[in-house]
Design a protein around this ligand. Structure first.
Ligand SMILES: Cc1cc2nc3c(=O)[nH]c(=O)nc-3n(C[C@H](O)[C@H](O)[C@H](O)COP(=O)(O)O)c2cc1C
Length: 158
């Protein structure tokens, strides 16, 4: 049994969640940054977990592209999907549904909302200004939902 966690991350939160998840999985797991390589040896894995984040309502472009390009290969595996975002509850669920196409949501055995972080150290000037204005904060904030990550891991491990 081998698992690939394939992620795209702008300011490091999805990367952190991917590493945390990998540590909780009982399978042999590779953590792959899609923004470094999008060439995946699908035959090496029986489980594929895809993780992305939301910026201005949209999923990372590289993840979107990867899903549409590899839908057939992904559909032959056990699939997990997770999202990092700062919205919570219904709004977060709505973003999840908009981010991942219906086809892939239907094939996913496990789905998760892992919360998010505002990391001002990694934002550019414009992003800082947007977050200051919209969220009314100026300091780093972490709302990673570690409980949801553990629950997701348990479901994959079963
Ligand atoms: C410029 C900007 C726009 C964002 N827009 C949204 C948004 O529309 N909805 C949301 O829930 N979170 C939004 N976020 C929060 C991100 O989803 C959060 O920072 C997440 O942890 C980013 O993960 P990443 O660092 O792995 O890309 C935004 C963050 C930034 C910096």
């Amino acid at each position: 049994m081998k698992t690939a966690i394939i992620y795209s991350s702008k300011h490091g939160c999805t990367e952190k969640c991917s590493q945390t998840l990998a540590n909780e999985l009982s399978t042999n797991t590779s953590v792959i940054n899609l923004d470094i390589t999008d060439s995946i040896q699908f035959e090496n894995y029986d489980t594929i977990i895809l993780g992305g984040s939301i910026h201005a309502g949209m999923l990372n472009r590289s993840m979107k592209k990867f899903i549409s390009k590899n839908l057939k290969e992904i559909s032959e595996k056990k699939v997990g999907l997770f999202l990092c975002c700062m919205e919570e509850g219904e709004k977060a669920q709505e973003q999840f549904n908009n981010a991942f196409p219906e086809e892939i949501r239907n094939m996913a055995k496990v789905k998760g909302l892992f919360g998010g972080e505002f990391n001002f150290d990694r934002m550019n000037f414009i992003e800082k200004a947007i977050i200051k204005k919209i969220a009314n904060i100026e300091n780093n904030l972490s709302k990673i939902n570690y409980k949801n990550i553990s629950q997701f891991a348990n479901e994959i491990n079963q």
